[in-house]
Design a binder for this molecule. Structure first.
Ligand code: ZN
Length: 275
């Protein structure tokens, strides 16, 4: 029965941040591709290949990579990043944040959100929040209408989701579709999912073809952001194309990453399989 359900869900295309197949109304809080969406049991069975060796030997790493090389492998086989507060920290399904890391300077950027109430997911790190405000202002000047959807997500929230899945499915099975706490980039406070009224505030790949999505792909780097999950790079990033997921890395690197058209993993010389 359970298998059948998972197989059914397999046929849906659920992205890392999207609300998944059951997201008709509004963008849910973003969750890693593999985990549940809020209180719903929306699942995508991760393709194991996502975590395998990419075979790419080329190292395009920059100085930032060296800063982060002294890292340890934890009991669960994941690498624990040693500089979680770095603007260039690389977090993915194999690289987790330490313990219950909470970014030190979370604040709510002064940009429009698709909802009005206070919510932790409105937050970002201070520097990223200021940059996001500039990005939104620039978009507005160009006649575009960006709307923020989901930023910071706590370790505890991810843990809650993950543990609920373990209760239901057992740990082994859960690990095949649910992100472990500490492995979501949203926990860094450097990510924000953005959408638009045209998208009915949903997080879907078609956003990349809208004026807002195209503008972001072209201009986000001017304000220190990159489109974190670019097309066709799931084997490297662990995620499908997500034109809505902005990651702040700072202007020192954003333009370079953009111009090289590489993932953050490639840029800094990390791969999901680096264990
Ligand atoms: Zn996201």
């Amino acid at each position: 029965m359970k298998k059948a359900l998972l197989l059914t869900l397999l046929s849906f295309s659920l992205a890392a941040c999207s609300a998944g197949p059951f997201s008709a109304e509004e963008p849910e809080e973003e969750v890693p591709a593999s985990s549940t969406v809020d209180d719903e049991e929306v699942k995508e069975k991760e393709s194991p290949e996502a975590d395998q060796e990419t075979g790419t030997e080329e190292q395009t790493g920059e100085e930032g990579a060296n800063e982060q090389k002294e890292e340890k492998v934890t009991e669960d086989g994941l690498i624990q990043v040693d500089k979680p507060e770095s603007m260039t920290v690389v977090v993915n399904k194999n690289r987790k944040l330490p313990g219950e890391y909470v970014p030190p300077d979370l604040t709510v950027p002064d940009v429009p959100f698709y909802f009005n109430e206070d919510h932790p997911k409105k937050q970002m790190r201070e520097e990223a929040a200021r940059a996001l405000e500039e990005l939104f202002a620039a978009a507005e000047e160009d006649g575009l209408d960006l709307v923020a959807a989901s930023g910071y997500r706590s370790y505890d929230r991810q843990k809650e989701i993950y543990e609920r899945n373990v209760e239901i499915y057992g740990e082994e099975e859960t690990n095949t579709f649910s992100a472990k706490p500490g492995t979501s980039e949203h926990q860094t406070g450097l990510a924000m999912d953005v959408t638009s009224a045209e998208m009915s505030f949903k997080l879907e790949q078609s956003f990349g073809n809208t004026a807002e999505g195209e503008w972001l792909a072209e201009h986000a780097h001017e304000h220190g952001f990159i489109i974190r999950y670019i097309k066709g790079m799931k084997e490297v990033t662990g995620y499908m194309y997500e034109p809505w997921h902005l990651r702040y890395v700072g202007e020192e690197y954003s333009t370079d990453v953009h111009e090289r058209e590489v993932t953050l993993e490639e840029f800094f010389g990390y791969y999901p399989s680096d264990e």
